[in-house]
Ligand binder design. Structure first.
Ligand code: ADP
Ligand code: MG
Length: 440
C-alpha cells in the first residue's frame, strides 16, 4: 500500500520517500483516511508504531488542500505533554513541510515568551505546544483559536495525568466551533480516560484501537533482575553495559538526583554517559537530546521526563535502574527501544523498594514477568510476600481522568463502533492522585 492510496498528496509521499518511508504503518493506514474524511478520532497503538505521521499527514494535507477558515489564527494545534515530545513532533512536521510555504511554530515552556509572541505574529498555520505555555498565550490573548480547524492531542492520557485539565478546558472552549476536528492519540489510554476525553473533547469519534495498552510489544525483549541494594544494581548495570550488543542506551532512575549521581558513577568507570533531568534549563535539555541523537555519547540517564519524548532508532537498550511507580509509564519507557520495526531489549532491576511497582506492572501487563539472573551477581532478595490484593495497585489512573472534566457545547452521542476489535480494559480503575508535573 502507498500513502497516495490513503488519499495523501504525491508531494508528501515524495517527501516521505526522502526519509526512507514508503509504506504506511497500520495506524497510519487506519487513521489517515479517517482523519481526511473529517472524523474525530480516538486512537491507540503501540509505542514506535508511527502515530506522529498518522496525525501529521492528514493535517498537512488539509492545510495544503483546503481553504483556511481564518487567515490569521493557526489552523492546526498539536498539544503534547512534554517539551521533548513536542520537539520531536515539531521536527517531523518541519521535515514534512520543507519546501512548502506552510509555517509552523513551537510554543514550549522554558523558552522566551516574547520570541514566541513574535513567531505567532507571523500567522503560522501550525502550532505545536505544551499545555502550560499554550494556556499562558491564550490567557494573554497572544494566540487566538477561533479559526482553529484541527486540534490534535499526542499522548493525551499523559496530559491528563500531569493535571492539565484546566488548560484542556480553556483550549476546548476557545476553539469550540462546529467545524473543529479533534484527534487524540496514545499508546496507553484507559477506559476512564477514553470516557472523560471523548465526552468532553470529541464529537462522534471513530475509535481506532490497534492494540491494548497492556499488550506485550513483540519487538521488545523484556528481562527483569532482582537486586539487593544500590551497589548490587550498579554492578548489574555495569555488567549489562559491557555486553557487545549494546548500542545506545537509555537508563531510567526514580529521581532527578539519581540521574546525576549515576552518571558520575558511570563516567568514573569510563562510560560515556550524561544525565537529563526535568529541572535543567530548556536549552540545556535540548542540547543534551541533540547530542544523544547525534550519538555523541552512548548512555542517557533520565527520569520519566523522557519516557515519551524520545524516538531514536539507535537505542538498543532501555534499562530501568528503578522501576516506574505507574505501570503505564513502564510501557512508554521500554517503548524508547524496538521502534519502527527494530528489535530492542528492556532490562529492569527490581530491588526491595521496586517491589510494589513490580507487582503493579505485572498485574497491568497480566504477565508472569519472571526473573533472569547473572552468574556471580545473583540476588539474595527474592521478593516480598504479597499482603494486599494486587488488583488495588494494578491499573491506576488519576482522579482527573475519572471525574467529568468539562463539557463541550454540542454534546456528542455515544462514540461510534471501533474500527478494529475493541480492547478489553477494566473499567473499574481505582483512582489515585499523581505528583505534580516535573516539567512545564
Ligand atoms: P509512536 O508515536 O507511535 O511511538 P513515532 O511516530 O514516533 O511512533 O514513529 C516511530 C518511528 O517510526 C519514527 O522514527 C518514524 O520516523 C518511523 N516511522 C513512522 N512511520 C513510518 C513508516 N510508515 N515506515 C517506516 N518508518 C516509519
Ligand atoms: Mg508518539
Amino acid at each position: 500500500m502507498h500513502f497516495t492510496d490513503l488519499g495523501i498528496d504525491n508531494r508528501l509521499e515524495t517527501q516521505l520517500a526522502h526519509q526512507g518511508i514508503t509504506q504506511p504503518t497500520d495506524i497510519q493506514a487506519h487513521a489517515v483516511p479517517t482523519a481526511l474524511a473529517g472524523h474525530d478520532i480516538f486512537a491507540q497503538s503501540k509505542t514506535g508504531s508511527g502515530k506522529t505521521l498518522a496525525f501529521l499527514l492528514p493535517a498537512v494535507q488539509r492545510v495544503m488542500k483546503q481553504k483556511a477558515l481564518s487567515k490569521r489564527d493557526p489552523r492546526v494545534l498539536i498539544v503534547a505533554p512534554t517539551r521533548e515530545l513536542a520537539t520531536q513532533v515539531f521536527t517531523q512536521l518541519r521535515l514534512l513541510i520543507a519546501g512548502t510555504n506552510i509555517k509552523a511554530v513551537k510554543i514550549l515552556g522554558g523558552e522566551n515568551f516574547n520570541d514566541q509572541i513574535k513567531a505567532l505574529r507571523n500567522d503560522p498555520q501550525f502550532v505545536v505546544a505544551t499545555p502550560g505555555r499554550l494556556a499562558d498565550h491564550l490567557t494573554k490573548r497572544t494566540l487566538q483559536l477561533s479559526g482553529l480547524e484541527l486540534l490534535i492531542f499526542d499522548e493525551a492520557d499523559r496530559i491528563l495525568d500531569l493535571g492539565f485539565t484546566e488548560q484542556l478546558k480553556m483550549i476546548n472552549d476557545l476553539a469550540d466551533h462546529r467545524l473543529r476536528q479533534t484527534l487524540l492519540f496514545s499508546a496507553t489510554l484507559d477506559h476512564a480516560q477514553v470516557d472523560a476525553l471523548s465526552r468532553n473533547l470529541l464529537k462522534k469519534p471513530k475509535q481506532i484501537m490497534l492494540s491494548a495498552a497492556n499488550e506485550q510489544h513483540s519487538d521488545i525483549k523484556q528481562s527483569l533482575y532482582l537486586a539487593d541494594h544500590l551497589d548490587h544494581k550498579e554492578a548489574l548495570l555495569e555488567h549489562f553495559l559491557n555486553q557487545d550488543d549494546v548500542g545506545q542506551c537509555i537508563i531510567f532512575t526514580a529521581t532527578r538526583a539519581d540521574t546525576s549521581r549515576l552518571s558520575e558513577a558511570l563516567c568514573a568507570k569510563g562510560f560515556k554517559a550524561q544525565p537529563l533531568a526535568g529541572d535543567l534549563a530548556q536549552n540545556k535539555r535540548l542540547d543534551i537530546m541533540d547530542a544523544f541523537s547525534r550519538e555523541n555519547f552512548k548512555i542517557l540517564i533520565t527520569t520519566d521526563v523522557a519516557s515519551r519524548g524520545l524516538d531514536l532508532l539507535s537505542v538498543t537498550h532501555v534499562i530501568n535502574f528503578d522501576l516506574p511507580k505507574h505501570a503505564e509509564e513502564y510501557v512508554h519507557r521500554i517503548g524508547r527501544t524496538g521502534r519502527a520495526g527494530f528489535k530492542g531489549s528492556a532490562l529492569s532491576l527490581v530491588g526491595p523498594k521496586d517491589w510494589p511497582s513490580y507487582l503493579a506492572i505485572k498485574a497491568f501487563l497480566n504477565d508472569e514477568l519472571k526473573f533472569d539472573s547473572v552468574d556471580g551477581l545473583k540476588a539474595k532478595f527474592k521478593g516480598i510476600k504479597e499482603k494486599k490484593p494486587v488488583a488495588v495497585l494494578a491499573t491506576e489512573k488519576t482522579v482527573a481522568a475519572k471525574k467529568p472534566v468539562f463539557k463541550r457545547k454540542a454534546k456528542p452521542k455515544k462514540p461510534s463502533a471501533p474500527i478494529k476489535a475493541p480492547i478489553n480494559i477494566d473499567g473499574d480503575t481505582p483512582m489515585r492522585r499523581r505528583k505534580k508535573p516535573e516539567q512545564e
